[in-house]
Design a protein around this ligand. Structure first.
Ligand SMILES: [Mg+2]
Length: 218
């Protein structure tokens, strides 16, 4: 009975906003980068934040470069290594409190993976305390040069040699996590930490994941 097509084998997690909060990213994009630019251009910090925010918005999250720290360092003409920036705030990475207990439980019965939109180097500081739980990690940008669209979810399921129906993906982006994974045939859960949407596969806290898994596996 174990090989039933609808038996879950793999649980996949988004990283930012799902396993770790966005504060670390915000420190990079809205503190460190504008600080470096303020110094370079000899403008004040507030002005610099306004400038970088406008530049980020202009490009937008549908452009791959938006996620790429190397792109922005070059774009703003900064002379700093991405590694140095990423390491600077490593101690500020905050894992949501429900994460470790959930992973401890899930690792007994499932293969756990992460799928992030961000470049691979962003995973390093965030996954320091988490990587032991995950068998594979995928970066849409570094591994596929794409956004988290349905094709990359299909490619990942092929890479793992597991049918999409046996994978459950959990993430906090309506389109890039929930709709894209669903379109690829996976089970998908939308994590809505702001508690505004309701539905069968919508949760507000990762603690609700186990109940949904039981439902899928029935
Ligand atoms: Mg996310």
């Amino acid at each position: 009975m174990e090989n039933l097509k609808n038996t879950l084998k793999v649980i996949s997690f988004d990283v930012d906003g799902t396993l770790v909060d966005s504060e670390y990213n915000d420190l990079i994009w809205f503190k460190e980068i504008p600080e470096l630019i303020a110094k370079k251009k000899k403008i004040n910090f507030e002005k610099s934040v306004k400038y970088v925010s406008e530049e980020y918005t202009k490009l937008g999250e549908y452009n791959l470069n938006w996620y790429d720290i190397n792109y922005w360092i070059a774009y703003f003409g900064l002379k700093v290594s991405p590694k140095k920036i990423l390491e600077k705030y490593e101690s500020q990475v905050k894992i949501f409190p429900e994460v470790i207990p959930l992973l401890e439980e899930l690792k007994k019965n499932f293969i756990l993976i992460v799928i992030t939109a961000m470049p691979r180097e962003f995973l390093v500081p965030k996954m320091k305390k988490l990587k032991k739980y995950f068998k594979f990690s995928f970066s849409a940008l570094s591994d596929f040069k794409e956004l988290k669209n349905s094709e990359i979810y299909s490619k990942i399921s092929k890479t793992l040699n597991v049918c999409p129906e046996q994978i459950l993906h959990i993430g906090d982006h309506w389109e890039f996590d929930y709709l894209s994974a669903q379109k690829a045939g996976m089970n998908a859960i939308y994590l809505d930490r702001s508690n505004t949407k309701k539905g069968k596969f919508i949760i507000h806290n990762l603690g609700e994941v186990k109940k949904i898994i039981e439902g899928i596996n029935q």
